[in-house]
Design a protein around this ligand. Structure first.
Ligand code: PAF
Length: 283
């Protein structure tokens, strides 16, 4: 396994591999790896000769300094996990290596960046778009792998690729869950045992909403039911929305013939978690 901390030698290494016709998959991560990340790595290893896993806690995408400070960092464990996969290249740069200067460009993403997460995390998608664009330019992957858990992030990156004509195929990989339904996330590491138990409420709420939706209960009424479910618990709902899974526009009726996503964000103690469920057509 090759580990690079600088852009120049990574580029030289990948240029040489590309000249040998090797295909390159990119798995962007912020580390604290879990089975969800590893499913992206496995997907890339199956499809490509080389997989570049980037491990970089991107300061530009954090609007909350406390969240950035507490974001779990587990490099040694991460490297040990990646060691198991063939063709692994790890890119673990410093913040100065990635951001030689503060970016002058601001990425907006219009309505796609303002809804759901965008309402509560100003500047977040600018930061995600910025670092992903940099990674695409540094690694020049044939394919890049992202998790469905960050559904809005995937939608935003799809627009980034379209708007900047990046020559990369995007893959959205399914959510990996714990037996009680909790979606795997690096932030789960911050939950104490009591909070960990309560965190399953997000998935429970998605299940209730899915059931109501199937019974043609109106989106407004489903929202009210979910809000009621959380008002009786000590998990604090930030939002629950029923949206078109691609445009992320709110759904007006349960009779819509379009891929639908149920999206949720909630605080369990200090830890903010998100989850979603796609209904009907695969994303
Ligand atoms: O999903 C994440 O972990 C991050 O947002 C990403 C895509 C690695 C960019 O920092």
């Amino acid at each position: 396994m090759q580990v690079f901390r600088e852009i120049k030698p990574l580029r030289a290494y990948l240029d040489a591999k590309r000249a040998e016709q090797a295909t390159i998959g990119l798995v962007p991560t912020m580390g604290a790896l879990h089975e969800g990340h590893l499913s992206l790595v496995k997907g890339s290893v199956d499809d490509n000769d080389i997989t570049v896993t980037s491990i970089f806690v991107n300061p530009v995408q954090f609007n909350n300094p406390g969240d950035l400070a507490h974001y779990p960092r587990t490099l040694d464990e991460d490297l040990a996990m990646l060691q198991r996969y063939k063709g692994q290249v790890v890119f673990h740069p410093s913040a100065n290596e990635v951001y030689k200067q503060e970016p002058m460009i601001t990425l907006g993403f219009g309505p796609l960046g303002k809804t759901l997460e965008g309402q509560f995390r100003p500047g977040h998608f600018h930061g995600v778009g910025m670092v992903v664009a940099k990674l695409f330019n540094i690694v020049k992957p044939h394919r890049a792998y992202f998790g469905q858990k960050d559904l809005q992030q995937f939608a935003v990156i799809r627009r980034l690729v379209e708007d900047f004509s990046f020559d990369v195929e995007l893959k959205c990989m399914p959510i990996i869950r714990e037996p009680d339904g909790l979606a795997l996330s690096s932030r789960n590491k911050r939950l104490d045992p009591d909070e960990r138990q309560k965190a399953a409420k997000l998935y429970e709420a998605l299940g209730i909403a899915h059931d109501l939706y199937r019974r043609r209960v109106s989106p407004d009424q489903v929202k009210k039911e979910v809000e009621g479910f959380f008002s009786m618990s000590d998990v604090t709902l930030e939002y629950f929305e029923i949206v078109n899974a691609s445009s992320l526009n709110p759904l007006q009726s349960t009779f819509a013939n379009e891929p639908v996503a149920l999206c949720i964000a909630a605080y369990v103690g200090e830890v903010r978690l998100i989850d979603n469920l796609i209904i009907g057509n695969e994303y």
